[in-house]
Design a protein around this ligand. Structure first.
Ligand code: NAD
Length: 247
């Protein structure tokens, strides 16, 4: 499905990003895993190559433009094209608003929102001359729910949805599709660290589908948004939460 496509996935050393990288490589793409944890990203890329896929890795902090630029330049020099950008990297530490420091607020915005400013501005100059491109931004169902202790996170994830809408309008004339996914509770390394098991059990009961969701559940929708199957869609959000909320 993604034969001859070059894809870049941020935050791909583990969790949802790793699931996306695996599925995209299994679907024929050459996948680049960008992650703060360079060695772990390289381990995942090596595992893809070991089973016959095409993958590479870059140590990259998405909040630092120069490290994103180095990765994008390296990929573009090697392949002369970039077809797919998945903006997935993110953090989600909890903190009640009145105890939140300015530094915590800023770090959240830099990693979960401003990073997309960097990646899109650096990748789009390669997509625009191609007159094709697929960008998928990973937001969160929390934007629709507003759970406590996540003011900085929900603000950033709402920003991701707003940004998706504007960029899709500006990029339509270049035949570049920009869409968004709001995952629900997905079983990942990060979620295990940050979420309370009782809360997860409660969410599962409130979902229409009473089962845990996994990175593959998000990766499959991401694949749809990265192939011609979704060529009629842009500026949209797809909510993938097992039927937790409906809007
Ligand atoms: P995770 O913590 O399991 O993995 C995140 C990855 O991003 C890690 O490999 C980490 O090293 C990397 N990363 C963190 N900061 C980075 C930075 N500055 N630069 C580059 N890489 C960085 O997280 P996850 O659960 O897989 O979440 C992935 C995305 O999905 C995030 O944007 C998150 O907000 C979103 N999301 C997750 C859930 C969930 O339930 N897991 C729900 C909704 C949205």
């Amino acid at each position: 499905m993604l034969q001859d496509k070059v894809a870049l996935v941020t935050g791909a050393a583990m969790g949802i990003g790793a699931g996306i990288a695996d599925l995209f490589a299994d679907s024929g793409a050459t996948v680049y895993l960008l992650d703060l944890d360079g060695p772990k990203a390289e381990e995942r890329a090596a595992a893809i190559r070991a089973r016959g896929g095409k993958a590479g890795a870059f140590a990259c902090d998405v909040s630092k433009r120069e490290t994103v630029a180095a990765a994008v330049d390296g990929i573009a020099r090697r392949h002369g094209r970039i077809d797919i950008l998945i903006n997935n990297a993110g953090i989600y530490p909890r903190r009640v608003f009145m105890e939140m420091t300015e530094q915590e607020w800023d770090q959240m915005q830099d990693i979960n929102l401003k990073s997309i400013f960097h990646t899109c501005q650096l990748v789009l100059p390669h997509m625009i001359p191609q007159r094709s491109g697929k960008i998928v931004n990973i937001s969160s169902v929390t934007f629709f729910m507003g759970p406590q202790k996540l003011a900085h996170y929900v603000a950033a994830k709402g920003g991701v949805i707003g940004f998706t809408r504007v960029l899709s309008r500006e990029m339509g004339e270049h035949n570049i599709h920009v869409n968004c996914i709001t995952p629900g509770a997905i079983k990942t390394e990060g979620e295990i660290v940050h979420a309370n098991p009782a809360d997860i059990e409660d969410i599962m009961q409130r979902q229409c589908l009473h089962r845990r969701l996994f990175p593959l559940d998000i990766a499959q929708v991401c694949l749809f948004l990265s192939t011609p199957m979704s060529d009629g869609m842009t500026g949209q959000n797809l909510n993938v939460d097992g039927g937790l909320i409906m809007y």
